[in-house]
Every structure is written in C-alpha cells, then in structure tokens.
Design a protein around this ligand. Structure first.
Ligand code: TRP
Length: 339
C-alpha cells in the first residue's frame, strides 16, 4: 500500500465486547469517514483479544459480531481492505523479528502492563506480575506489527491507545536505524477522532458512554429491551406539570443526537414550559433510536446468520491484505539476513 498515491489509514478493532452507541459515534463513524481521503484498512484484532478471552465460543462470537457491525455501519469492503488479523501469518512472523529489536524497558513502561502491576500492588501481592501473561506484555509489539506491516501513515485510536502507536513509531525507528539502507518502515502517527464533542456521546448517567462506566446503550438490542433500558435512565423527580431543564438530563442530550431537529426543538419548549414528563422524552428517544438503527440492525442480523457472506468477505479481505504483508515480510527477511 506504500506504492499507492493516497496516504494509508489503518484501524484495528479488538473483538472483546458488544458494540454500543458510544463506539458507533466515537470510533466507527469517524474511522469510516477516513475512507474518503485515505487508502483505508480495517481489521479485527482477534489475536489481541486472546490476551483476555478464554472462551472459544465467545471469541468467535465477538469476532463475527464486530465484523458484522462495521459492515452494517457502512464499511465498504470493495473500496477498503477489511480482514482478520489471524488470517495473516506474516504478522506473527514479523512479530518475532520486531520483538528482537524492541527494548524490554520500553515494554515495562507500557500503560496496560503497568496498570496490571499497580493492581497487584494495591491488592498487596508480592509478585507484581501475578496473572500477567506474556501475551499481555507483548501486546504493543503485535500492535506495532499490525501497523507497520501495512505501512500505515495514520492510525485513528482512542486516547488510551496513543502510547501504542508511539511505540510502533519507536519500533519502526529501531528497525530503520539498523537496516534502513535495505528497508525502511514508515513511521506512523496517531489521530484521535473522539476528541471533539461531535464524537462523544453521553452514557445513560450523563458521563461519557463507556463500557467501563457501565452506562452504555448496546447497538443491537431487541426493541423491547431497548425500551426497558431507556426507561431506567435516571432523571430528576420534578413533577410532570412543572418546568424542567432539558440540558440537565442525559435522556434529552441523547435525544438531541438522534431525534429530528424539529422534534428536539419542540420537546425542549415543552419541557421548559412544564406539562411534559421525562417518561415521554424517553419514549421519543427510544423511537428515534429504533427509526435510525432499524436498517443497520437488519443488515447486522443478516450478516450474523450462519452461512452469510461474512466469511467470504473476510477471506477476500485477507487475500487482498496478504499481497502487502508478503511483500513487506520478504523485504524484511532480506534486510535482516534470513531467507
Ligand atoms: N489495541 C487496540 C484496542 O484495544 C486494538 C488494536 C490492535 C489496534 N492492533 C491495532 C488499533 C492496530 C490500531 C492499530 O483498541
């Protein structure tokens, strides 16, 4: 992809949970928009998920579910490259090569590893590496390989992943310093799409929607469950007939994002005037979400069905991606004196 005129963007998606509205607005949509201006690659980082997921059915489910979600959200597999990390053996071969060029001290300072040690320290354990597998420790090397093997220029990530992209840049530099006269990796930069308020979505408690806060609205729930979930969003207890402050309630902020401008303006007036209860706003929000996401959900269900085109799409994506990974690995092997 280095030979192509457009710059390359690469997005890795770790299949470890059910996608929620916050992911959709904060990560999926902005990453999909990059395809207008970049040669765009999207992949499912299923081997990264193995550092935490031990249930084979669950790993399989999340992998398919994340793939189906991105396709349903508008990822165009003809215009972009969409694949599964585990379909590219070159990624794992390059992992070894690059781990030999990565300082262990750099890895000791990686946020996720340090956080695991901090948790052990707080729990009073004497072995700070208790429960830490080497996969978790090596996680940043594998991620650097994901990025470098595709010669990505930009990597859209959440704030928590910026350090990993910086590590990829460091590791590229380490390789280039030794072997740069024969092959040079491109040095990537992180872009953070969810910085602007346009990309952040409040959760049901008003804080940023995030799995770690337990305040998410899943993208694909049956209508009845969605209705129940929205009904549970906490609101103040101002009586129906009294005026209310629309901007004090997460449910109204969410409605602003998904309702039509006219209906949102009208609801704002009615809340300010008094006589409208939060229950009605919740019903409006549920209807707005159902209207907006019904087509997406339908496409998702179709892709999730056994025997759908999903597996073929991923296999085709892997073929496309391997043209690039084979090329890079061949040059790396030549550069280091193997093969
Ligand atoms: N670590 C990323 C996350 O947890 C997922 C990921 C794996 C990734 N490889 C990547 C992201 C390469 C960007 C580029 O979200």
């Amino acid at each position: 992809m280095g030979s192509m005129a457009r710059k390359v963007s690469l997005t890795g998606i770790k299949p470890t949970g059910e996608p929620h509205l916050g992911n959709y607005i904060g990560a999926i949509l902005p990453a999909l928009q990059l395809a207008d201006n970049y040669e765009s690659l999207y992949f499912i980082a299923d081997y990264h998920a193995l550092t935490t997921i031990r249930d084979r059915d669950l790993l399989r489910h999340y992998t398919r579910s994340v793939a189906a979600t991105w396709l349903a959200a508008g990822l165009d597999p003809d215009r972009t490259t969409f694949y599964r990390q585990s379909d590219l053996p070159e990624v794992f071969e390059l992992s070894w090569v690059l781990s030999c060029l990565t300082g262990k001290g750099l890895m000791n300072r990686a946020h996720a590893y340090k956080a695991a040690r901090d948790r052990n320290r707080e729990a009073g354990k004497t072995d700070l590496d208790a429960g830490v597998n080497v996969g978790l420790f090596n996680y940043p090397v594998l991620m650097a390989v994901d990025i470098l093997i595709m010669e990505a220029d930009v990597v859209p990530v959440g704030r928590d992943q910026v350090q990993h992209v910086e590590y990829a840049a460091d590791i590229a530099g380490a390789f280039n310093a030794v072997y740069g006269d024969r092959f040079r990796f491109k040095v990537p930069t992180a872009v953070i799409p969810d910085e602007g308020s346009a990309h952040t979505l409040p959760g049901v408690d008003g804080r940023k929607m995030s799995k770690s806060y337990g305040n998410t609205i899943p993208l694909f729930v049956p209508d009845a469950n969605l209705r129940k979930l929205i009904r549970r969003i906490p609101t103040d207890s101002v009586p129906v007939e009294e005026p209310k402050d629309p901007d004090s309630a997460a449910v109204f902020t969410l409605l602003e994002r998904f309702g039509t401008p006219e209906s949102v303006a009208e609801t704002r007036q009615r809340l300010l005037a008094g006589g409208m209860g939060w229950g009605e706003v919740k019903a409006q929000l549920t209807d707005a979400l159902i209207a907006q996401f019904a087509p997406l959900r339908e496409r998702y269900e179709t892709l999730m069905a056994q025997g759908s085109e999903l597996d073929d799409l991923l296999a085709h994506g892997a073929d496309k991606a391997r043209k690039q990974t084979r090329l890079v690995l061949e040059r790396v092997r030549d550069a280091i004196g193997i093969g």
